[in-house]
Design a protein around this ligand. Structure first.
Ligand code: PLP
Length: 391
């Protein structure tokens, strides 16, 4: 195996989850998904497709009708925010999940030794994929202020040098809940235009946004960019349609890049499965029923969790504007991996260690608040409180 692959760090979230094997009593909030199954109207579309015998390979870039439906949905989301150009089917590549889309972007853009800048803390797959491609990776860290994380834009702009090939940015952010403003996006895009840097924008949480906005989603680089800007936006069905297990996502690309991306997909997965894509078409046809319900329940989950945590004098936490994670710091417990393992063993509570996302968040813990029953969240906070009182 390539030494580079051998040296990839193992998942610290898995390390904590493994410590709970054989412990069904543990209340687990460590992974980035909820416990609600996919809406029946989406699942039925896949079942019908399979019954019809749609069990063959299909187009590298995805079913034309799905690409069209995605283009319509993306235009609907972004036109009210000021985007002047519609997003067209010719800019869409269907992928086997957001993570596959991210890997395709990394393969397409990162040469060995290329300078890549990433905003961290971030879901570790993004930085690991750059490393797999042999990137010379530079991280620019967000900084916490009373629990809320923010970006020093000037520092980021300084890091985007003339030889920076790619900027990786995930907002709304997993794990911190940080989001970008449109002004910040415009400044970053401007800088990347000057340096010829590609932006890989992971916007898989854009619909899980709790602030009022025109398009009903978080600020996106698509709102400020022109079609031929060096911008790849990564999207997913996983979060806003409750479809994590389906492995379906998409990329929004400059039109001139799409055909070659189809070729790259050929060498990775060839295509996303047809019946999964049929489920994607059904999801988009019912977006107005599914996503607002998901978001309104997640808002309730967020408020239940954050209100309970914020009431605890030893917990520092901010209310995230987007995503589905609370990110907290517990006074006196600065080693997140050790704390997460102790919480499993001594409190029956499963959280993800901040160390998994960047060294600068190694004192923090991530709590996924996507839970069908909000009482699970209250029970979890009670377990944390009891554990802290016993220290
Ligand atoms: C920031 C971020 N990007 C991408 C993904 C990938 O999602 P999926 O591959 O399920 O579409 C995740 C999943 O947790 C994520 O948190």
């Amino acid at each position: 195996m390539r030494p580079l692959i051998q040296s990839l760090p193992g998942s610290k979230i898995r390390e904590v989850a493994n410590a709970a094997l054989g412990r069904p009593d543990v209340l687990a909030f460590w992974f980035g998904e909820g416990d609600e199954t996919t809406p029946a109207v989406i699942t039925e579309a896949a079942i019908e497709s399979m019954r019809r015998g749609e069990t063959f390979y299909t187009h590298n870039l995805g079913l034309p009708e799905l690409r069209e439906a995605i283009a319509v949905e993306m235009t609907r989301r972004h036109a009210p925010a000021g985007r002047s150009h519609p997003i067209t089917a010719g800019q869409i590549a269907v992928t086997s999940g957001g993570v596959n889309g991210l890997m395709l972007a990394a393969q397409a853009l990162i040469d060995p030794g290329a300078r890549v800048v990433a905003v961290t803390p971030v879901w570790p797959n993004l930085t690991a994929q750059a490393l797999i491609m042999g990137a010379d990776l530079h991280c620019v860290s967000l900084a916490p202020r009373i629990g809320e994380w923010s970006l020093d834009v000037a520092r980021l702009l300084d890091a985007i040098t003339a030889d920076t090939r790619v900027l990786i940015v995930n907002a709304p952010n997993n794990p911190t809940g940080w989001t970008l403003t449109r002004t910040e996006q415009a400044a970053i895009l401007d800088r990347c235009r000057q340096t010829g840097t590609w932006i890989v924008a992971d916007e898989v949480y854009e619909s899980l946004y709790y602030e009022p906005t025109a398009g009903g989603c978080a600020p996106s680089f698509l709102d400020v960019a022109q079609p031929e800007d060096r911008l790849v936006v990564v999207q997913s069905f996983s979060k806003s349609f409750l479809m994590t297990g389906w492995r379906l996502g998409w990329l929004v690309l400059p039109p001139s890049m799409t055909a070659q991306m189809g070729n790259l997909i050929e060498f990775n997965t060839s295509c996303a499965s047809v019946f999964t894509q049929r489920a994607g078409i059904a999801a988009l046809a019912h977006v107005d029923e599914v996503t607002p319900r998901v978001v309104s329940h997640l808002r309730l989950c967020r408020d239940t969790l954050i209100d309970a945590l914020a009431a605890h004098p030893r917990v520092q936490v901010a209310r995230p504007r987007g995503g589905m994670y609370g990110f907290l710091k517990v006074e006196g417990h600065d080693d997140s991996l050790a704390t997460a393992k102790r919480l499993v063993a001594e409190a029956g509570l499963g959280l993800a260690p901040g160390e998994a996302f960047a060294p600068e968040s190694s004192q923090w813990l991530r709590w996924c608040f996507a839970s069908r029953d909000t009482r699970r969240l209250s029970d979890g906070v009670e377990r944390l409180s009891r554990w802290l009182s016993s220290q």
